[in-house]
Design a protein around this ligand. Structure first.
Ligand SMILES: Cc1cc2nc3c(=O)[nH]c(=O)nc-3n(C[C@H](O)[C@H](O)[C@H](O)COP(=O)(O)OP(=O)(O)OC[C@H]3O[C@@H](n4cnc5c(N)ncnc54)[C@H](O)[C@@H]3O)c2cc1C
Length: 335
């Protein structure tokens, strides 16, 4: 059996929400904070984390920064759990590393770390731009890219950036560890193929874009609206010597129940010149195939379509520019 659990209020985000009590600051007077967990474990190895999850047999949950999970429990959208298992003290999982031509991001790496990592800025620019618009600095300082992916929202910003980069996730459970394509991790809105009660998303990775490839991300959002975008989009463009597009990926959200890979538009662009006329054809292919819908608080289907018409050519042009130069300066990240 793994070692004794750490003190219950040791969670790095706040320790709030442990017992039912009057809230000192953030809640209305007399509001109560729901119990979120009874035991809080900070394992020192992946094996130990899996042992704890196995020990609780579905009554424990993995926690990253807690920025989604704790709110959902507080708001009664998810039940409290017997124990939280926090992987952030497992050696190596709070780092960005290079493994051959992959950039590997540990599950405890925060959005702030992603945004400031020079290798990701150069070779995964759209991920920096997507993680850089999540919440404000306080949220980005504790929230993780792994938590964004594991939460499996169709418009999770980090997920959209990583999908354009053809990302993969590593999952650990009692059967061992394995890599799977990012897309396979998404089953539906908020529904992940990774069981947060029994498995650990340990690392994420993507191949560095390198010379002759570039990427870009943008999102359209109400200035003071809810945290989720009206529409966001990311693209990675790879060029041949004669400026022909040899490979391209386009990701969008929300467009359907999971982060959307615009395959028909990718087919239209592959093998053709990287020029505005082609980008307009890609827009038409997206609009003919993406399952856009009207959502009550964010945007109509028509408005989303209009934003794709306006912004997707710009995203493709920016990714192309970056493919032609050795430098990439992210736009809008970390503001
Ligand atoms: C004010 C505010 C603004 C926000 N703005 C945005 C925004 O603009 N864009 C956006 O996309 N999101 C936004 N979010 C949502 C949230 O911050 C992000 O989705 C964040 O990346 C979640 O990461 P986390 O580490 O906090 O996840 P947590 O809340 O810790 O976990 C989320 C889910 O993933 C599971 N999980 C976490 N880590 C692992 C792991 N390693 N293995 C298995 N399961 C795991 C948890 O069990 C839980 O179900 C916002 C949240 C707040 C509070």
């Amino acid at each position: 059996m793994p070692s004794v659990p750490v003190a219950r209020n040791e969670h790095r985000a706040s320790g709030a929400g442990f017992t039912e009590c009057e809230s000192p600051v953030n809640y209305k007077r007399n509001a109560v904070i729901r119990i979120c967990w009874n035991k809080y474990h900070s394992p020192r190895s992946i094996d130990e984390a899996i042992e704890w999850l196995t020990h609780y047999d579905g009554r424990a949950q993995v926690i990253g920064g807690g920025t989604d999970l704790l709110l959902e429990i507080q708001q009664g959208l998810k039940p409290a759990v017997e124990a939280m298992v926090d992987p952030c003290r497992i050696a190596g999982l709070n780092q960005v590393t290079i493994d051959e031509d992959y950039i590997v991001i540990g599950c405890a790496v925060t959005h702030t770390q992603v945004v400031s990592d020079k290798r990701i800025i150069r070779d995964g620019t759209c991920l920096v731009e997507s993680c850089g618009v999540i919440g404000g600095p306080q949220v980005r300082n504790v929230a993780t890219l792994a938590g964004n992916v594991a939460h499996a929202l169709p418009a999770g910003d980090g997920s959209i950036g990583l999908l354009a980069l053809n990302g993969e996730v590593e999952v650990a459970d009692t059967c061992g560890r394995r890599w799977m394509p990012l897309q396979a991790a998404f089953l539906g809105p908020g529904k992940s193929a990774i069981d947060h009660h029994r498995s650990l998303l340990t690392r994420l990775r993507f191949r560095a874009t390198g010379a002759s490839a570039g990427s870009a991300f943008t999102r359209v959002m109400r200035p003071q609206g809810v945290a989720l975008p009206m529409i966001s989009m990311a693209a990675r463009v790879q060029l041949d010597a004669d400026n022909t597009i040899s490979a391209v990926r386009i990701a969008l959200g929300p467009a359907g129940p999971v982060p959307y890979l615009a395959e028909p538009a990718m087919e239209v662009l592959t093998g053709g010149p990287a020029e505005p006329g082609q980008f307009d054809k890609a827009v038409k292919a997206v609009l003919a195939s993406a399952p856009l819908r009207t959502s009550k608080y964010r945007a109509t289907r028509e408005y989303r379509a209009e934003m794709i018409r306006t912004h997707l050519p710009l995203v493709l042009a920016r990714a192309t520019e970056r493919a032609c130069s050795s430098d990439a300066v992210p736009v809008g990240a970390g503001q």
